[in-house]
Design a protein around this ligand. Structure first.
Ligand SMILES: Cc1cc2nc3c(=O)[nH]c(=O)nc-3n(C[C@H](O)[C@H](O)[C@H](O)COP(=O)(O)OP(=O)(O)OC[C@H]3O[C@@H](n4cnc5c(N)ncnc54)[C@H](O)[C@@H]3O)c2cc1C
Length: 425
């Protein structure tokens, strides 16, 4: 069975790992990056807390010494379902089984201004770009004399009060409170405001009411201006227009307010449903195809427990991959009639706001944790999930160092890289 896996994220990588050295299965893993990205820690790369290489792991290193996994670094362009072929930048590849695991990308909801001027954070390079942008603005603020111009340069607006927006605004606030006044003693940091703009009535709306209330309190303690029931309507690069007509002067808008599935060309529009996700059955099979599957963020599966689809989180992606691996192995070992339907067992959710400030909703037993304990649980879990022993050790050392010094030494500007027009994103 020749299995082509489109995308080496949480879902694709897990599937390839489960099919490793499996007799009767040959795997081709395709991704446009040669590394796996650990998205939950992007915000620490964006704020100079971690090095990009700590959270990005080379795919080839994962599969060293395996005999049935080939990797190609290329852009997936189209799927020709009638010909069982996937079209890429380098070659057309045929498959017996295709698994679409292309994840999701930022959704700017067709606002061209936001798309052009706001900063997304859906890849390691986008996280690095945010870091570059923040530091470059600080350097430029040193040369400004006008108070209003300095404020515009320093203000940061984050759209979206989900885990990404909350974690990022907390980390930027800690940077402003503890690090930047030491790096830039000439700047008056009372002029730097961090706004978190959320459309729903609460931050972390997908978590418990207690986590929402606590996360808001923690953010406000760090000095973040939290605006709920408010939308960012437009942005011209200088002023952010809110839905109530208010404007915020800012050179930095970070967009964490929506994602949409990365659906490859060739998938019929009637198979693409809410959130731009591909409708699949309980086996993750795309409707109408026995040999095409979609897993992870790009897949939309309705179950009695999740009638409007699963949350787009790493744990769903990983577990769909594990389930599919079992089913594919059964197909080659003569047990193809025993296909196992996917059921998600939610273990809970976590989000961190800052040092000793996190929230956790554990599913069974139903427990809510806050403060330093939740923060400790958050750190241990993320360390366990990171790929590679060396990365784990480096991140651990970084965090211990940061805990005691509230500082880090990763605020580097790689100007030449960002001058290149192709590296805008
Ligand atoms: C900032 C941030 C923080 C997050 N925090 C958490 C968290 O704390 N906990 C949690 O559970 N989840 C979190 N998530 C969500 C989690 O990262 C996703 O649910 C998970 O990555 C989904 O896995 P996936 O394999 O479906 O997609 P991805 O991991 O996104 O992988 C998709 C892969 O496909 C590749 N790809 C896409 N299109 C193409 C193409 N055309 N050609 C070639 N390759 C392509 C990409 O390079 C990528 O490697 C976070 C997400 C973000 C952005």
């Amino acid at each position: 069975m020749r299995v082509v896996i489109a995308g080496g994220g949480f879902a694709g990588l897990q599937l390839a790992k489960r099919l490793k050295n499996q007799d009767g299965i040959e795997v081709l893993l395709i991704d446009h990056n040669n590394y796996h990205q650990f998205q939950p820690l992007f915000y620490q790369v964006a704020t100079g807390g971690l090095d990009a290489s700590n959270i990005s792991f080379p795919l080839r290193k994962v599969f060293q010494g395996t005999r049935n996994i080939a990797i190609r670094l290329t852009e997936i362009k189209e799927i020709k379902t009638a010909e069982n072929t996937i079209v890429t930048d380098i070659e057309d590849f045929t498959y017996d089984v295709l698994v679409i695991a292309t994840g999701a990308d930022t959704n700017f909801f067709n606002n061209a201004n936001l798309q052009e001027k706001a900063l997304p954070m859906k890849s390691t390079s986008e996280a690095l770009r945010i870091r570059h942008h923040l530091i470059q603005n600080l350097e430029e603020a040193l040369e400004l004399k006008d108070k209003a111009a300095i404020e515009r340069k320093l203000n940061v607006v984050i759209a979206g009060g989900g885990p990404t927006g909350v974690e990022l605004s907390g980390a930027i606030a800690e940077m402003r409170n503890n690090i930047l006044p030491k790096d830039y003693p000439e700047i008056d940091f009372s002029l730097m405001n961090i706004f978190l703009v959320e459309g729903s009535p609460r931050t972390l709306a997908s978590m418990s009411a207690k986590s929402s209330e606590q996360s808001r309190r923690y953010l406000e303690k760090l000095g973040v201006k939290v605006m709920t029931e408010m939308h960012v309507k437009d942005y011209d690069g200088d002023d952010v227009l809110l839905q109530n007509g208010q404007t915020i002067p800012s050179k930095t808008v970070i967009w964490a307010a929506g994602i949409k599935g990365n659906v490859p060309k060739g998938i019929a529009p009637e198979l693409v449903v809410r959130g731009n996700r591909i409708r699949v059955n309980r086996l993750n099979q795309v409707k109408g195809f026995a040999n095409i599957y979609a897993i992870g963020d790009v897949a939309y599966m309705e179950t009695p427990k999740y009638p409007t689809g699963h949350p787009q989180v790493a744990n769903v992606a990983i577990n769909q991959a594990k389930n599919l691996a079992v089913n594919l192995i059964r197909q080659v070992t003569g047990n193809k009639h025993y296909q196992h339907e996917f059921e998600y067992h939610d273990k809970g959710s976590l989000a961190t706001v800052g040092k000793n400030l996190a929230v956790a909703d554990i599913a069974t037993p139903k427990i809510h944790l806050g403060g330093a304990l939740a923060w400790f649980v958050w750190m241990v879990l993320h360390l366990l999930l990171i790929l590679g022993v060396k990365n784990r050790l480096q991140i651990f050392i970084n965090w211990v160092y940061k805990y005691f010094t509230s500082d880090q030494s990763l605020r580097l500007l790689f100007k030449e890289f960002y001058k290149h027009p192709e590296n805008k994103a």
